[in-house]
Design a protein around this ligand. Structure first.
Ligand code: ADP
Ligand code: MG
Length: 483
């Protein structure tokens, strides 16, 4: 429970880079991580005589996000020029939607977390704009380099209402937005690569009051960790100021990751005048209802719906989060469970064994050497009692490394299921005879010790005894427990 006199108020401006094939206003393609200045064309360089042509796919992606957030799509929106001089901006202005964005309102529901209930964050607007290039200032040298690969790449800017109340809530909101755009397949939304980044507006107000305090905007936060740390640092700064009887001056700040503090970049007086005006080279953007209806009919299942579906299967919140957090992983789970089996057990094999191996190999689930069909077969073998958990792990290891099904490995490596009743009875009898003390404990009511006998039989059979039959034999051969 936060007992501070001040309540934190946060609004986020999130930039999400779209993964369209070409840039927002030209046919120039772009690939992340390409050699500097290879993803460019005369329009990117702003050569005289080049003109912008809006990218239909970018608008389509924008519509998808608007639908997923219940934002109100405007039939008509407008592109404007936002002027500033900086080497990363060849045209001398950025094309953005300032006063007429393509959609207004909407909301994102943050799922509940640890000691944090679900929460709805309202959106002010979403708009389409182009990204700028990238400057690199060489440390200790007097030169800067500029890479125009990113210049003109489409972005969606998602502006929230100041509905967020803590750093954790801010990062939970970002995570949900990231999940949504990934499910929509419109962005890689990778904070490390800069395809998802945000500015955080932070202010304080006396707890229990309505009016907002003066905000400061922390620019360019590019990891969940730094987003939370920067907000916390800014809250500390503003709290100290206000507790001292001072007041917050509206400004733009940067976060120093080394010193874990926020620093003023510029105050409101120093704010640039961008001289916005409608871009004369671009007509208004019209989005008709037929187009919206068509996109609506093609929306995939979104994270919130998937979360509900998994919870109904009885999966734990933690597992639901792990699966839903990665649409490819969730799809892998869906394909496996579609073949049958217990949801919790299937989930466990995927999120524990498979994920651990993939992580160690730095492989994404899309490149999993074990297919959903093989995963299903393995879990089914355990569930039917055909193989023990220990053998299953061995098999898993083999089907991960080799392109074989579990039954192919069993046949090849001589994993015979030991299910000869006479042999098994002999084994179980021997185990009980060798552990009279434990049998006595069992008889006195310590029935938990049963697993010990199963383990012993498995050990003696080198994991090959049929676990179902072993259990039946134990039922028959163990003494009746007291009570
Ligand atoms: P600008 O374009 O100048 O940054 P906006 O009105 O578009 O201004 O607001 C930007 C962001 O600031 C929004 O996400 C909004 O929720 C947030 N915001 C506005 N007022 C406050 C406040 N008092 N405290 C925290 N965030 C705020
Ligand atoms: Mg702003």
């Amino acid at each position: 429970m936060n007992t501070s006199r001040w309540e934190t108020v946060i609004g986020l401006e999130v930039h999400c880079q779209l993964k369209t094939k070409s840039k927002l206003f030209s046919a120039c393609g772009f690939v992340f991580g390409a050699e500097p200045n290879t993803q460019t064309d005369p329009y990117t360089w702003a050569h005289p005589g080049t003109l912008p042509v809006p990218n239909r796919e970018a608008v389509r992606f924008a519509i998808r996000l608007a639908l997923a957030t219940s934002s109100d799509i405007q039939q008509r929106s407008r592109f404007a020029r936002k002027h500033y001089f900086y080497p990363d901006l060849p045209k001398g202005y950025q094309i953005t939607q300032s006063d007429h964005p393509y959609c207004l309102g909407g909301h994102v529901v943050i799922p509940p977390g640890v000691r944090r209930p679900a929460k709805t964050v309202r959106l002010v607007r979403i708009h389409i704009e182009e990204d700028a290039g990238k400057n690199t200032h060489l440390a200790g040298k007097d030169i800067s380099l500029v890479d125009y690969n990113r210049a003109g790449v489409p972005l969606l800017e998602i502006v929230s209402e100041p509905d967020i109340r803590s750093a954790q809530e801010a990062s939970a909101y970002m995570r949900e937005l990231r999940a949504i755009v990934r499910y929509l397949a419109i962005s890689h939304a990778n904070m490390e690569e800069g395809t998802l980044r945000c500015d955080a507006n932070v202010s304080l107000r006396v707890r229990g009051t309505q009016a907002y305090g003066t905000r400061c905007e922390i620019k360019n936060l590019n990891s969940f960790k730094f987003l939370e740390a920067a907000i916390n640092a800014e809250v500390r700064r503003q709290t100290a100021l206000l507790d001292d009887g001072g007041s917050v001056v509206q400004c733009t700040m940067s976060y120093d990751t080394m010193k874990d503090c926020t620093r003023v970049m510029r105050t409101k007086e120093e704010a640039a005048d961008y001289r916005y005006f409608p871009d004369p080279d671009l007509p208004p953007l019209n989005i008709d209802n037929a187009w919206i209806a068509d996109e609506r009919s093609r929306l995939p299942e979104l994270p919130a719906a998937r979360r509900k579906r998994y919870a109904a299967m009885g999966l734990r919140d933690y597992d639901v989060d792990v699966l839903v957090g990665d649409p490819a992983l969730a799809t892998f789970f869906d394909r496996t469970i579609a073949l049958g089996g217990d949801a919790k057990k299937v989930c466990n094999w995927i999120t524990v064994e498979l994920l651990a191996r993939l992580k160690a190999d730095r492989k994404r689930i899309e490149r999993s050497p074990v297919s959903p069909a093989r995963m299903h077969e393995l879990v089914a073998l355990v569930e039917s009692g055909t193989i023990s958990g220990r053998v299953a792990k061995e098999l898993f290891d083999k089907i991960y490394r080799e392109d074989l099904t579990p039954s192919e490995v069993m046949a090849r490596d001589g994993y015979q299921q030991m299910s000869d009743p006479n042999l098994l009875e002999e084994l179980v009898t021997k185990v009980l005879a060798n552990h009279p003390g434990q049998v006595e404990q069992y008889r006195r009511g310590k029935t938990k010790i049963r697993g010990f006998f199963v383990g012993q039989v498995m050990k003696r059979s080198e994991g090959q005894a049929n676990p179902g039959m072993v259990n039946q034999l134990l039922d028959a051969l163990l003494p009746k427990p007291e009570n």
